[in-house]
Design a protein around this ligand. Structure first.
Ligand code: COA
Length: 258
């Protein structure tokens, strides 16, 4: 367990579970909370976590967004710093060298939706409600929503969600490809823990390389991406996990990865 005031970090069996813990504010993200998430991700990386689960405390919210009471009176330079912090946290999730799963256990609005968008996989409870709601606060998504949402759900759907600020239920989010699956609320934690444990048991180096290569597909041309893929792919030969994975297959036994 950790000693941050607004989040908890639990690590077990290679899985780090990071819970935003401000239930009285529906887990809205103020500066302290964002900084704590950033520190916790660094700690999980140093401790070589092989999968991360990101979720919210309580029954109502994943993260109800950036903290509106903090944002209300920000100047442009202060807003710039807040956006940079939000971007840093989202980038840290996106480049974390192991899969990060968002367990969306309730409201995921604004910055909460954007944190989920930075994750590798999104699993929602049946009662989850998701939206890029910033337009109705007189602003736009500022922690990556305008960039990551269209890549995930397509340009038309992203424009509709951002322009209307619509709050959609888990079923609609699933139909749009915004979440990968929906599970009953009382099964969400167990289901996501199992997913994370399954991912943590996979060969770590290959998993990190797969994530890095997939991330590159958003950053570059196809030919440059293919060159990147070739370099990562060939760099895996000679590693313990490559030798062991192939030898185990040929000897018809279970592999023992590092
Ligand atoms: N920032 C700061 N405080 C927030 C918050 C946010 N994003 N979201 C909720 N809260 C606070 C509320 O102000 C309230 O505080 P209070 O008890 O001091 O009045 C408390 O959390 C509980 O929220 P409340 O609105 O009373 O709960 P509800 O069940 O009626 O509604 C929501 C829940 C999520 C539908 C509603 O709080 C909401 O729409 N929140 C804002 C969502 C948003 O636009 N987020 C994007 C920000 S970028």
């Amino acid at each position: 367990m950790s000693d941050w005031e607004t989040i908890t970090l639990e690590q077990e069996g290679g899985v780090a579970t990071l819970t935003v813990d401000r239930p009285d504010r529906l887990n809205a993200l103020n500066v302290d909370t964002l900084e704590a998430i950033e520190e916790a991700l660094k700690q999980a990386e140093n401790d070589e976590a092989r999968a991360v689960v990101l979720t919210g405390a309580g029954d109502d919210a994943f993260v109800a967004g950036a903290d509106i009471s903090y944002m209300q009176d920000l100047s442009t330079p202060e807003a710039q710093a807040y956006a940079e912090l939000g971007h840093r946290v989202a980038d840290k999730i996106e480049t974390f060298p192991a899969p990060v799963i968002a367990a969306i256990n309730g409201y995921a609005f604004g910055g909460g939706c954007e944190l989920a968008l930075a994750c590798d996989l999104r699993v929602a409870s049946e009662s989850a409600i998701i939206g890029q709601t910033e337009i109705d606060l007189g602003i736009i998504p500022g922690w990556g929503g305008t960039q990551r949402l269209p890549r995930l759900v397509g340009d038309e759907v992203a424009r509709r969600l951002i322009f209307f600020g619509e709050r959609i239920d888990a079923q609609d989010a699933h139909e749009h490809g915004l979440v990968g699956e929906i599970v009953a609320g009382d099964q969400l934690d167990d289901h996501v823990s199992q997913l994370a444990a399954d991912l943590a048991a996979k060969p770590h180096y290959a998993m990190a390389a797969a994530k890095e290569a997939l991330n590159q597909s958003h950053e570059t041309t196809q030919q440059a991406g293919l060159r990147y893929e070739r370099r990562l792919w060939s760099g895996m030969f000679g590693t313990h996990d490559q030798r062991e994975g192939m030898e185990a297959f040929l000897e018809d036994r279970e592999p023992e990865f590092e």
